[in-house]
Design a protein around this ligand. Structure first.
Ligand code: BGC
Length: 432
């Protein structure tokens, strides 16, 4: 590969999620999940990075990284603490946060649903009850009416495949179900809701004459699944279909593929995404396993590849493979809405970033419009079931005193953000 240019129009930034950084909220499903003891190191999202009280300080961190874009999420349970009752305080807090980004020329991409739901929503049956999706739609209406003058770009759902697989099939995220039939219904409901939200967000921003080009999409967790043995290859295809394809097709075209299609859904052929949001971390080798509790498969790591602290294989070419595949399928611009590594000692992060960006540069060079890269993540945070133990941050966060300290890789990333290219020195030090 001889070109590592990212191009003048390419934008770089960071991604975060409210439940993972804000702290202080007891009204969401993750708070309860922590209280019930499901977190490996017994930490709680109640602490996190106390970002709710440190927005100004954290905006300074973003400035120091020279980012042009930032992806953040809103905590539904803060904005709508009771069904139908909206908090003016929470809205004004988020308005202020977004204004701080804009004042620093950082363009926000705002996620509406990132793994957490209000407790009242879960108590009402959550996504398992199809009629409840109207509650989420009502919430989004309120948000877009009240923040849509500041925000043009929206992610409806973050990783609906992870949310449903972990929460409704494997039981490791709230609500902790292990019920495939239920999960299939929830998946279908989320896709239908996404289609409605896509239309609604465009409509509200148009009617209210809000400035900026409206961009709506989902952030999909996409993995490379590869089989080696004959059975492994067949199993990998099935896993890829169930994990990647069902939602990729659904969130982009509105189509409910087998086994999601249910009665009474009038599928209107269309395009319900203005960009393809791709969260990419790793590749898995797949093998068939006679184990119904794990849905007849096993994910194996490749002993020839370097690993993150969580044991995830580092496989940068995967990002290129996915961009190429899905651009050719949908012809939409691509936002890498997340990409990052858990690396406590910071011994692999700079290399991880450079190598993934090098493969993005290759895609761009081939005419694939990869427009954005949001690095996961700004600072160590509450990493769901891993709690505070998985260190994904460009900044180290000391959860006891809330001190943020830049890691070495933050310097490298800040330089890339500034120059929008991988320098010769970076290539020499990190490529492959
Ligand atoms: C999620 C993030 C998470 C990251 C690292 C993604 O699956 O969207 O919330 O922290 O991966 O595990």
């Amino acid at each position: 590969m001889d070109t590592f240019k990212l191009g003048e129009n390419f934008m770089l930034g960071t991604a975060t999620a409210s439940t993972q950084i804000e702290g202080g909220d007891t009204n969401n499903t993750w708070y309860k999940w922590c209280q019930e003891g499901h977190i490996s190191d017994s930490s709680s999202c109640f602490t996190a990075c106390d970002h709710w009280n440190r927005v100004k300080e954290d905006t300074e961190l973003l400035k120091d990284l020279n980012v042009q874009i930032h992806r953040m999420s809103l905590e539904w349970s803060r904005i709508e603490p009771e069904p139908g009752k909206f908090s003016a305080y929470a809205i004004s807090h988020y308005r202020d946060e977004i204004k701080q980004l804009l004042a620093n020329n950082i363009q926000p991409l705002v996620t509406l649903h990132h793994f957490s739901d209000p407790l009242w929503f879960q108590n009402m049956g959550g996504w398992k009850k199809p009629e409840n999706s109207e509650l989420f739609i009502g919430y989004v209406r309120h948000v877009v009416e009240n923040l849509g003058d500041l925000v043009a770009e929206w992610v409806t759902f973050n990783e609906p495949n992870v949310y449903t697989t972990f929460g409704y099939e494997l039981g490791i995220f709230p609500p902790g179900s292990r019920n495939l039939i239920e999960s299939i219904k929830v998946k279908a409901e989320i896709i239908k809701t996404h289609v409605k939200l896509y239309n609604m967000i465009h409509k509200i921003r148009l009617e209210k004459n809000f400035k900026g080009k409206t961009m709506v999409g989902a952030a999909m967790h996409l993995r490379i699944f590869e089989g080696i043995s004959r059975m492994g290859k067949i199993t990998a295809k099935i896993v890829n279909y169930a994990f990647n394809e069902l939602f990729m097709v659904g969130m982009t075209t509105g189509r409910l593929m087998f086994p999601l299609a249910g009665k009474g859904y009038r599928y209107e052929k269309g395009q319900y995404a203005d960009f393809l949001g791709i969260n990419y971390y790793t590749r898995n080798i797949v093998e068939f396993a006679l184990d119904p509790s794990n849905y007849f498969h096993q994910l194996i790591s490749d002993k020839n590849l370097k690993k993150s602290d969580l044991g995830w294989d580092i496989y940068p070419e995967g990002i290129y493979m996915l961009c190429r595949k899905y651009y050719h399928k949908y012809k939409l611009p691509i936002y890498i809405s997340e990409n990052g590594i858990s690396d406590k000692n910071d011994s692999r992060r700079a290399q991880y970033i450079v190598n993934h960006l090098a493969y993005i540069a290759k895609a761009i060079d081939e005419g694939i419009p990869v427009d954005r890269y949001y690095h996961w993540t700004l600072m160590d945070n509450f990493e769901w079931v891993e709690g505070e133990s998985a260190k994904f941050g460009l900044y180290k966060c000391n959860f006891a005193n809330q001190q943020r300290i830049p890691r070495k890789s933050a310097e490298v990333y800040a330089k890339i953000c500034k120059e929008k290219q991988l320098t010769e020195e970076m290539i020499k030090s990190f490529w492959k």
